[in-house]
Design a protein around this ligand. Structure first.
Ligand code: NAI
Ligand code: MG
Length: 356
């Protein structure tokens, strides 16, 4: 029997509440399949940990995580801790330390999911995968803060686009497009960012010559944002930089059911390090502790985890179970107009999974 070792970092706020439901789904999938099983080890890192110890995660955190097959993260962040400390101290440290250079975000309208766009009704109208560069770009953390507090104060936030980094994310996206028989769209901003994005566009064309079978499109990020709303059906596989991907995938989440339904995987495709799976929402301090958070995003991310392990059949079944719950509309959380608790939604999804 295959055994997958999972490091669980529930984090803060609703992170802990939704991760509990994701773990139960994994356990159920393992039990139903009879061919794989999971072991879970929990790490108490996050903002509460920071307030006690001065660290968001242990100094040797990456060493501790290295031996796992995957990391399952809830969310980190709390009102009393600056966000750059929590995000840099854990999320970005893991993404960069484990070279999780692919951020894979499905933007797909499940049947029954609420869509705020007037003319969009069908599943096929929103069915894209956004592949966001996740290791460098605008979030490389390079720059300087000169003459702090003086009248001549200057800050520099330097984007880093290496040939290796740019080429590998674009190539990953082309490979996905080829495998899935989909078109590819590169989103950049070469008209204003005259170094980084001109370079990005050039590499997109260069690598694209190896994929004459893949239909290729390019958009400026501002136009792309407009078309995400006006005509999302034109996007299939989307490849973009760290910052643009961050922003566009929140927009993507909004058109495909909201933050309660948006998942994201941080992948090291070579499997040299563990990959990390998470809902893309934060710790939601406004509803934390009320037990009303929607666990669907966290559950979608365990479906991505199973896909990544090669258990695609189970990844798909979990999405089908989610879809059934959405279509029946009997057990929904408050963000979808229901009254069910986090745990009730999780239980209902497991009930559906058992019958698929
Ligand atoms: P957020 O995603 O936590 O919340 C935004 C809004 O969406 C809130 O009104 C919240 O109630 C709602 N929401 C989010 N997830 C939901 C769910 N599963 N069910 C129902 N409603 C949900 O973003 P916000 O407020 O900007 O950030 C809060 C904290 O989370 C900050 O400290 C931030 O730094 C952190 N954060 C952490 C992330 C991570 O760990 N990956 C990602 C984004 C934010
Ligand atoms: Mg974001």
């Amino acid at each position: 029997m295959k055994q997958y070792k999972i490091a669980v970092i529930p984090g803060d706020g609703i992170g802990t509440e939704v991760v509990a439901e994701g773990v139960k789904i994994l356990e159920q999938a393992a039990e139903l399949s009879g061919t794989f099983r999971f072991s879970f080890e929990y790490f108490p890192w996050g903002c509460e940990y920071y307030c006690k110890t001065g660290k968001v995660m242990d100094d040797d955190g990456l060493d501790k995580l290295k031996k796992f097959d995957a990391i399952y993260l809830g969310a980190v962040g709390a009102p009393n801790v600056p966000d750059n400390i929590s995000l840099r101290g854990l999320l970005i440290k893991i993404r960069q330390g484990f070279d999780q250079y692919v951020n894979l975000r499905p933007v797909k309208l499940l049947n029954g999911a609420p869509c705020p766009l007037k003319n969009i009704k069908r599943r096929e109208d929103i069915n894209m995968t956004v592949i966001r560069e996740n290791s460098e770009g605008e979030y490389a953390g390079a720059g300087d803060w000169l003459y702090k507090g003086k009248p001549q104060e200057v800050v520099l936030q330097t984007s880093v686009f290496s040939r290796r980094g740019t080429e590998r994310i674009i190539r990953y996206a082309y490979e996905s497009a080829r495998k899935e028989h989909k078109s590819i769209t590169s989103i950049s901003k070469g008209n204003a960012l005259n170094y980084s994005m001109v370079f990005w566009d050039e590499i997109f064309r260069e690598v694209g010559r190896e994929y004459p079978d893949v239909k290729q499109y390019t958009y400026l990020v501002d136009a792309a944002a407009m078309f995400f709303v006006k005509d999302p059906a034109r996007f299939q596989i989307v490849v973009t930089s760290n910052l643009f991907g961050d922003i566009l995938t929140d927009l993507g989440a909004a058109i495909a059911g909201g933050m309660g339904l948006a998942a994201g995987a941080n992948i090291n495709p070579e499997k040299l390090y563990p990959s990390m799976f998470e809902p893309i929402h934060g710790s939601a301090p406004d509803i934390a502790g009320k037990k009303i958070a929607n666990p669907m995003a966290a559950i979608w991310s365990v479906s991505q985890m199973l896909d990544f392990f090669g258990e695609k059949d189970w990844g798909t079944r979990i999405l089908m179970a989610l879809e059934k719950v959405l279509m029946e509309r009997k057990v929904l959380s408050a963000d979808f107009g229901g009254t069910a608790s986090t745990e009730m939604v999780g239980t209902e999804i497991r009930k559906q999974l058992a019958s698929i």
